[in-house]
Design a binder for this molecule. Structure first.
Ligand code: DNO
Ligand code: MN
Length: 363
């Protein structure tokens, strides 16, 4: 595996490349052109400038998160082909710049959803949290305003004001899109882009739906083992792969994450690792990465990634807000750096015990 950190670019992120470079073992960033709108072509020049900036800080661009998908593609409108062609052009430009990992998601209207961006935990840290009962009482039109108001002044990933200013319109546009339709539209999109991905060796890594169930009655298709299997089988080439996000999949305690990881060996191109605490159905708080701080067994998760021979990037996912830091919710420096260090420790311990065990066996 390759340890990385998500970075939103110098204009939007208050965490600097210099700080990221000082996280032990961190070799690259997962970044994006944060000002680009879904459906636009990313120019080669803009990609090159981003790459130069990252490389001059001694890091690499380990992947893109995300090249977002235009709603017309998810809805399956006749205009989708135009946006798919733009997506292909972006992939070509990324490929020409040597960038070969693209994380994306296929969730309608909203990317991830939370009911609170700064829930106070017993140790005084604040975390993102989710409570279905609270969500059920919120008008989808208002949730955007609420998220914006508690975002510490940052534009949240996937919650761009331009698009979410017209939530009502978007809901109307998605009204005939059920799970089957959404699935078909995803497969149509993937079949169209795969030849380009194969030409450039680009790995597409779909992010898990977050949370792993339907929110505001919108369809969800990348949320459990069976649905993920169906999607991988429908476009059965290595370039069509996954971003395993433990916090998203793990929001549903029925998802056995180590088993899911082992089942999709060869198709997991990227992993987001974080922990959360379950508080009963439809309710969870994010937590520190440490196993004992949450409900997920991080040792078993990292061990499963180790066992499948994970070579792609991993990154600590959302961190808590600690030590008085003011940053984009989930994306401060301190707790993500602690997370990276903990994950590096787990990896080293697993690696050494496996190798020593093997030596012992051979003796
Ligand atoms: C939130 C992230 C998501 C993720 C996208 C990938 O913090 O996990 O916004 O980046 O769903 O496309
Ligand atoms: Mn994630």
């Amino acid at each position: 595996m390759k340890m990385t950190l998500r970075w939103f670019g110098s204009k939007h992120d208050n965490v600097t490349l210099e700080q990221i470079k000082q996280i032990p073992g961190c070799v690259g960033v997962i970044t994006t052109l944060y000002d680009s709108k879904p459906g636009e072509v990313w120019s080669r020049e803009a990609i090159q400038a981003m790459r130069n900036e990252v490389e001059s800080a001694g890091l690499e661009v380990s992947g893109i998160e995300s090249v977002n998908i235009h709603d017309d593609i998810k809805i399956g409108l006749p205009t989708r082909d135009k946006y798919i062609n733009n997506y292909i052009e972006t992939l070509e430009n990324l490929g020409e710049e040597g960038i070969n990992l693209v994380c994306y998601n296929f969730m309608p209207v909203f990317d991830w959803t939370r009911s609170d961006l700064a829930k106070v935990r017993p140790d005084g840290s604040t975390v993102l949290s989710y409570d279905q009962e609270v969500i059920d009482k919120i008008d989808p039109d208002k949730i955007f305003k609420e998220m914006e108001a508690s975002s510490n002044g940052f534009v949240l990933p996937g919650w761009e004001p331009e698009r979410l200013g017209k939530v009502r319109e978007l809901f109307e546009m998605y009204k005939d899109v059920d799970e089957e339709k959404l699935f078909e539209n995803l497969i149509y999109f993937l079949n169209a882009i795969m030849p380009t991905c194969q030409k450039y060796g680009i790995k597409m890594a779909i992010h898990m739906d977050d949370p792993a169930w339907s929110v505001f009655n919108l369809p969800r298709i990348i949320n459990n083992k069976e649905n993920i299997q169906r999607m991988l089988d429908a476009v059965s080439v290595e370039n069509n792969g996954l971003t395993i996000c433990t916090g998203s999949l793990g929001s549903n305690p029925d998802n056995d994450i180590p088993d899911i990881i082992r089942s999709f060996k060869g198709r997991i191109h990227f992993a987001h690792i974080r922990n959360l605490v379950h508080h009963g159905p439809g309710k969870f708080d994010e937590a520190a990465h440490l196993s004992s701080d949450g409900s997920l067994d991080m040792y078993e998760i990292v061990k499963a990634l180790y066992d499948i021979g994970m070579e792609g990037p991993i990154r600590p996912d959302h961190g808590r807000m600690i030590w008085g830091e003011k940053a984009m919710p989930g994306y401060g420096l301190y707790d993500r750096a602690l997370g990276a260090t903990y994950l590096n420790g787990l990896w080293e311990a697993i690696d050494k015990s496996v190798k020593q065990g093997m030596l012992g066996f051979n003796d």
